[in-house]
Write a protein that binds this ligand. Structure first.
Ligand code: HEM
Ligand code: HEM
Length: 174
């Protein structure tokens, strides 16, 4: 088994970490608190929806690379429950990224938002009544919690356990 992830997966991991954390931050701070008719929201809508679609595309690419390349053996902490939780968390991170993109596209389309933001259609007053909007909000909180857990775990491996795990998501001889 290789000592590191495939370089393409490494690039995608870090590019997607940047995109997803940016989307979570911007969605919560620059979109959700503003009324839809606030002029300051238009640019944020455009960037969030555009970057959200790019992120969906990169996630599909990542899934394809992940399923078609060899990966290092599962990391071990010495605790079988923790090892299993880490694998579950990785799967949940993949799943939640797709849930976020899917729910975003669903309520945006259902409310006519793409036409209002990228064309000349009317702006929906809000997204009340769209179940996918609620899914987008709730899933985002779970996603934030699991990403935080993932980052704390990576830091624990790096600074406390000092087992070189971070290098598996880096470049070098495989
Ligand atoms: C600064 C933030 C981050 C750090 C330091 C970090 C670090 C790492 C490290 C060291 C690994 C390798 C773990 C192993 O070999 O078992 C890894 C894997 C992974 N990371 Fe992150 N990560 C970060 C952000 C993220 C984000 C934002 C996501 C997605 C939402 C993510 C999703 C994953 C997944 C799914 C894996 C498993 C590898 C795979 O199957 O693709 N990471 N991360
Ligand atoms: C792919 C990853 C995505 C992430 C991580 C993400 C994250 C977020 C977050 C955290 C919020 C704020 C939720 C809240 O505080 O209740 C939000 C709002 C929003 N997202 Fe996303 N999003 C993503 C993709 C998309 C996509 C693809 C679209 C549409 C094409 C979209 C459309 C929106 C809209 C319109 C809002 C504002 C809702 C409002 O003003 O009430 N998102 N997003």
């Amino acid at each position: 088994m290789p000592a590191r992830y495939h370089p393409a997966l490494v690039v995608l991991h870090w590019a997607l970490a940047f995109c997803l954390i940016g989307l979570l931050f911007a969605g919560t701070v620059l979109l959700a608190p503003l009324a839809n008719d606030d002029p300051a929201k238009m640019l944020s809508f455009r960037l969030h929806m555009g970057l959200g679609l790019v992120t969906l595309f990169l996630m599909l690419l990542r899934l394809a690379v992940r399923l078609s390349t060899r990966v290092p053996p599962p990391a071990e902490t010495g605790n079988a429950v923790l090892d299993r939780l880490a694998r579950l968390n990785h799967a949940a991170l993949y799943l939640l990224a797709f849930v976020m993109a899917g729910s975003g596209i669903t309520f945006a389309r259902a409310s006519g938002l793409p036409d209002a933001v990228f064309g000349s259609g009317p702006m929906p007053p809000d997204f009340a009544g769209h179940t996918a909007r609620q899914v987008h909000g709730l899933a985002s909180r779970l996603f934030m919690a699991l990403i935080a857990l993932h980052i704390v775990a990576a830091l624990w491996h790096h600074f406390i356990r000092r087992d070189g795990l971070m290098a598996r998501m880096g470049f070098g001889r495989r």
